[in-house]
Design a protein around this ligand. Structure first.
Ligand SMILES: *[C@@H]1O[C@H](CO)[C@@H](O)[C@H](O)[C@H]1NC(C)=O
Ligand SMILES: *[C@@H]1O[C@H](CO)[C@@H](O)[C@H](O)[C@H]1NC(C)=O
Ligand SMILES: *[C@@H]1O[C@H](CO)[C@@H](O)[C@H](O)[C@H]1NC(C)=O
Ligand SMILES: [Zn+2]
Length: 267
C-alpha cells in the first residue's frame, strides 16, 4: 500500500512536470558592463601579477599560505583590505562581515580565528572598523517597525552593536543617546562626522577585540603556546581619507606586553 502511494506520488510529480515543462531561460541580451568589467579586471590582474610578481601565485599554490595576520573588516565595498595595505596575495587571512564583528556564538567568526591561530600560526588578529559604517549606523537608529526577512537578519546581526550603543559610557555616545538620538527614526541617516557615530565605530571595534581576547580559542592558545604569543589589535579606517588609525587597545597573552601597531593614534 505504501509502495503504491509512493508510485502514485512519483507518477503525479512526473505528470505535473510534463504538464509544466521548465521554461527554457529567456535569452538575456541586455548589456551588463559591470560583468564585462570583472573579466577585464581579472585580465589586468593577471598581467600585473605575471610581470611584477612572476611565480608568486604558483608558489603560494604549491607551498601554501603563511599569512602573519588574520584581519576582520567590514563587507562595505569601500573597505578593500588588499588595496588599503598594498598587500599581495598570501599575507592577509580575512573574515569579512557587516560591521567587522567577532562574535563567539558565530561559527564564521570562531572558525576563522581558530584556523588562523591553530593551523596558520598567525601572529596577529586585527579587528578593523571604518567610519561611516552602515552597520553601526543601523545600530544607532531605531529598528524598522515592519521588518522583512532582510531586516530581521540585519537586526539580529547588529544587536551586539546596539547593546554597545545602549550601554556605552563614552561622552559622545551618552550625549547623543540622551539628546538628538531620541529624534531618530528607522530611515534616518547619520553624518559621517557625527562624534557619536565615530565613537560607536571605535567602541564596536574595541568590543570585538575584547571578545577575541576572552574567546575560548584565544584563552586556550594563550595557555598552550606561551612561546608564540598571538596579539589582538584594533584599527579604524577612514573611508574619506584612506588613512588607518590605531585604537591603542592591543592585547596579548597575560603578562606579555603587546606591540603597538605603528599607525597614528585616533584622536
Ligand atoms: C540573444 O543572444 C542569443 C545568444 O547569444 C542569440 O542566439 C539571439 O539571437 C540573441 N537575440 C537577440 C534578440 O539579439
Ligand atoms: C546592555 O547590554 C546588554 C547585553 O550585554 C543588553 O542585554 C542590554 O539590553 C543593553 N542595554 C541597553 C540599554 O542597550
Ligand atoms: C525620519 O527622520 C528624518 C529626519 O531625521 C525626517 O526627515 C523623516 O521625515 C522621518 N521619516 C519618518 C518616516 O518619520
Ligand atoms: Zn561597515
Amino acid at each position: 500500500m505504501k509502495f503504491l502511494a509512493f508510485c502514485c506520488t512519483v507518477f503525479s510529480i512526473v505528470l505535473v512536470a510534463l504538464a509544466h515543462p521548465q521554461p527554457s531561460p529567456r535569452s538575456n541580451n541586455a548589456s551588463y558592463p559591470e560583468l564585462q568589467a570583472l573579466v577585464k579586471g581579472n585580465q589586468k590582474y593577471l598581467k600585473k601579477m605575471n610581470s611584477q610578481h612572476p611565480g608568486l601565485l604558483k608558489d603560494l599554490a604549491i607551498n601554501g599560505q603563511h599569512p602573519p595576520f588574520v584581519l576582520f573588516h567590514c563587507s562595505d565595498s569601500r573597505v578593500s583590505d588588499a588595496l588599503i595595505f598594498s598587500e599581495l596575495p598570501g599575507n592577509l587571512f580575512t573574515a569579512v562581515n557587516i560591521a567587522n564583528q567577532f562574535l563567539e556564538d558565530d561559527v564564521a567568526s570562531t572558525s576563522v580565528v581558530g584556523y588562523a591561530v591553530e593551523h596558520l600560526h598567525v601572529k596577529h588578529v586585527i579587528l578593523m572598523g571604518h567610519y561611516g559604517c552602515g552597520g553601526v549606523q543601523a545600530a544607532i537608529v531605531p529598528p524598522p517597525s515592519n521588518p522583512g526577512p532582510a531586516d530581521v537578519a540585519l537586526q539580529t546581526w547588529i544587536q551586539p552593536i546596539r547593546d554597545v550603543y545602549g550601554n556605552s559610557t563614552r561622552k559622545e555616545i551618552v550625549d547623543f543617546r540622551n539628546g538628538a538620538g531620541k529624534q531618530l527614526n528607522s530611515s534616518s541617516t547619520l553624518d559621517l562626522q557625527l562624534p557619536a557615530f565615530r565613537a560607536l565605530v571605535e567602541e564596536n571595534v574595541k568590543a570585538s577585540v575584547q571578545r577575541v581576547v576572552e574567546s575560548q580559542i584565544m584563552q586556550e592558545d594563550f595557555t598552550s603556546s606561551p612561546d608564540t604569543p598571538v596579539f589582538i589589535h584594533g584599527l579604524v579606517y577612514d573611508i574619506e581619507t584612506g588613512k588607518v588609525f590605531d585604537l591603542r587597545v592591543s592585547q596579548g597573552p597575560p603578562g606579555v606586553q603587546a606591540p603597538v601597531v605603528p599607525f597614528p593614534i585616533v584622536d
